[in-house]
Design a protein around this ligand. Structure first.
Ligand code: FNR
Length: 355
């Protein structure tokens, strides 16, 4: 069989979707109500045009950015996505090795098939954060938080957009799947096979989040913000960063595209000097540039990492990150930017008459 050249993240996704069988394919690539918010994330980014800026000396380029005080090669990280063993037998170890290769921060899902501890031990130097969410028992949550901090995570990503799970989302591989989810404490693991209510989030308020932040000795980033109101609330309780996300279109099916939420939240974040993160439909270097031009500090990739894993395991993720890194550098140069700090709204076609 002749293998297609894979030049873009879209090529990788097509290849991965061909390789996978149901129900795994739908679990990874679909979303609430067959992924309508997910598709809109992508479309909304495509509708934004970039304007080239020619004859600017961009011979000395620097794509590096800052994330939680660390210098990273491009303003990009890996979003938490569950259950990587269904994509590749090495699971999160492959993802982590590729992240380490590129010095890209990797936010591991709580529902990973390999524990945070094992990954941090096996992959020296990798920048791991862990995604957490509330569960009914605060004592267990505190214990889990301390355990992850002891394991060496650089921060916590607290996912807050799941008061309940959207029932239309393909969830066949949820907790009772064939691979274990070793981040979940043993006392809970047996119970989770029969009940999801342990992860009940429907009672959570900002007071709970404030309590959680007070317990953490590492930065807590709040994920799932889409409105200015919620952004202000996150700022007020002392979040270390705001992560604009609609869960890859897997929760509220009629949620706005994240790039539109970025437009209304960015001014507040800038005023409060709080780092702003975004994910949802980012598939190219141009998409990263658009997000930064509209005020994001770092963007994150969800499904593209899964695609890399499915197609080529560790190497597939290394290549995926390499493609988007080189593409981002090229887009920066074509728009006349030498470094990330220079990026501003002037590269957006919609501002052409104002410049
Ligand atoms: C997710 N996402 C997610 N988020 C989270 O906080 N914890 C999790 O365990 C998961 N699991 C998960 C599984 C799968 C298969 C997908 C596709 C997504 C949401 C994820 O972090 C991120 O917000 C989106 O994936 C970003 O959108 P793109 O890049 O996939 O379009």
């Amino acid at each position: 069989t002749s293998r297609k050249l894979l030049r873009t993240l879209i090529d990788y996704e097509e290849e991965a979707q061909n390789i996978l069988n149901e129900p795994v394919r739908s679990f990874y690539y679909s979303g609430a109500e067959y992924g309508k918010a997910h598709r809109r994330n992508i479309k909304a980014l495509q509708k934004i045009y970039l304007c080239p800026n020619i004859c600017v000396d961009v011979s000395e380029r620097d794509t590096s950015a800052n994330f939680l005080g660390y210098s990273i090669p491009i303003p990009l990280g890996i979003s938490p996505t569950a259950q990587h063993k269904h994509a590749n037998f090495e699971g999160e170890l492959a993802t982590a090795r590729a992240a380490a290769y590129h010095n890209t921060p990797y936010v591991m899902s709580l529902f990973s098939n390999i524990s945070v501890r094992q990954v941090i031990h096996a992959v020296p130097g990798v920048k791991i954060l862990i995604q957490l969410q509330f569960m009914k028992d605060r004592d267990i949550l505190s214990k889990l938080l301390n355990q992850f901090i002891n394991d060496g995570v650089k921060g916590i990503c607290l996912t807050l957009d799941i008061p309940i799970i959207n029932p239309t989302k393909p969830g066949l591989l949820s907790l009772a799947s064939k691979y274990s989810i070793p981040n979940i404490p043993t006392e809970l693991r047996e119970k989770t096979k029969t009940s999801l209510t342990l992860f009940d989030n429907d009672h959570i308020t900002w007071e709970d989040v404030a309590w959680f932040i007070s317990k953490s000795t590492v930065p807590v980033i709040v994920k799932g913000v889409l409105s200015p109101k919620n952004a202000l609330e996150a700022i007020n309780i002392g979040a270390a960063g705001i992560w604009i996300s609609n869960h890859g279109g897997r929760q509220l099916a009629d949620a706005p595209p994240t790039i539109e939420a970025l437009r209304v939240i960015a001014p507040l974040a800038k005023k409060a000097k709080i780092p702003l993160y975004i994910d949802g439909g980012i598939r190219s270097g141009g998409d990263i540039l658009k997000c930064l031009a509209l005020g994001a500090d770092i963007v994150f990739l969800g499904r593209p990492i899964i695609s890399g894993l499915v197609v080529g395991g560790y190497k597939g993720v290394v290549d995926t990150l390499n493609i988007i890194k080189r593409d981002f550098e090229a887009n920066m140069a074509m728009c006349g930017f030498k470094n990330v700090k220079e990026i501003n709204e002037k590269c957006l076609w919609e501002n052409i008459s104002k410049i």
